[in-house]
Ligand binder design. Sequence first.
Ligand code: M6R
Length: 365
Amino acid sequence: EKGNFRHFMAKEMHEQPEVVAHTLAHYIDMANETVQLPTDLPFDFTKLERVSIAACGTAYYAGLIAKYWIERYARLPVEIDVASEFRYREAPLPRDGLMVVISQSGETADTLASLRYAREQGQHVMAVVNVPTSTIAREADVVMPTLAGPEIGVASTKAFTCQLATLAAVAVAAGRARGVLSADEERRLVRALVEVPRLMNEALKLGPVTETLSRAVSRVRDVLYLGRGTSFPLALEGALKLKEISYIHAEGYAAGELKHGPIALIDENMPVVVIAPYDNVFDKTMSNMQEVAARGGRIVLITDKTGAEHASLETEATLIMPDMDPAITPLVYAIPVQLLAYHTAVQMGTDVDQPRNLAKSVTVE
Ligand code: M6R
C-alpha cells in the first residue's frame, strides 16, 4: 500500500530513516556503542588478505562505497566487480578468502552466479541481502540481512541505504578485529551511524527544493554527476537513478576524471550535479567545479553550510545538507540524489514505479 504517497518510490524514500534505524539496531550494541555482527563468522578478519565484492546496479554502487570504508577502516584490500563481469573473468581468489555479494532481491542471476563461482573457489560467501528467503540468502555461508522491508519501486532507494548501513557495520567490525580501529574510533563511528536516521529526516526536507529544480532538469537531454571519494559512487548512483526513471541521459564521473574527457561535453545546456560534502577532498572537487563554471556549465551543488561558504562561485542551485561526520555522508546524501531523480521523473510523466523495459528483479543474465 502506498499510503499517502503517489508512488511506492516516494513512500520508500520516506521510510529510510525508520528502516535504516532498524537495520543499524541489528548490528549495533547501543548501550556499549560497539558494532556487533549477529552471526558467528566462519572466517577470521585478521587472517584475510583481501575481500572480493560482486553485485549489480545500485547494489554494486553500495559495494563501491563499502570498498572505501573497508580499505580505510580495516586496511583490508577490496576488489569489486559488477557481477556480470566477475562471473566470467575467472579471477584468482585468495585461499580462504571472503566474497561479499550484495542484492536486494537475492535473485539476480549474475550475482547468484558470482556467489556460486566464489564458493567453487573455496571462498567464504557473505550475502548482504534484503529478501531473507531468497536463493542468494539460502546459498551464502553468512547472511547479513538488510531490514528495509519489501521494496516495490523498481528504482532501489531504501534497500540501497540499508545496504550501506550494513556494510558500514561490517567495515567497522573488520577494523576492530584487525586492530586498525581503537575502541574510541569505533565509538566515534557508531555515534555517527546512530545519527543517520535523524539526518535523513533533515535531508528529506529538501523535497520542495528538488521539486523546483526538477522543472529545469526535466527540460535537458543530459546530466553529469560528479563526486570524489565516497561521493563518487553516489554520483554513479545519481546518474543511474535519473536515467532509469526519467529516461534523461546521465553519467556519473569521479570529479578528477573530468579533464580526461567529459569536460568536452560542458556547455550552458548541461546541468552538472556536484556531490561535495565539506570533507578531506572538498577543495579538490571545488577546483573541478571551477573548471565547469569557467566553461559556462550549470552547477547544482549538494553540500553543507561550510561547503557552501567555501564554494566561491555561482551555482544554479545549492542544496544545503545538515552537518555530519564525513564517514556517513553517502547514506544521507543519497536522499537529495533520489529526490531529484524522483521529482524529475514525475515532471516527465513517466511510470516512476514501473519504468519501461525494466524489471524489479533480473533473474536472467
Ligand atoms: O535485487 P538486486 O539488488 O540484486 O538488483 C540489482 C539491480 O538490478 C538493481 O539495483 C537495479 O540497478 C535497480 N533498478 C536500481 O535502481
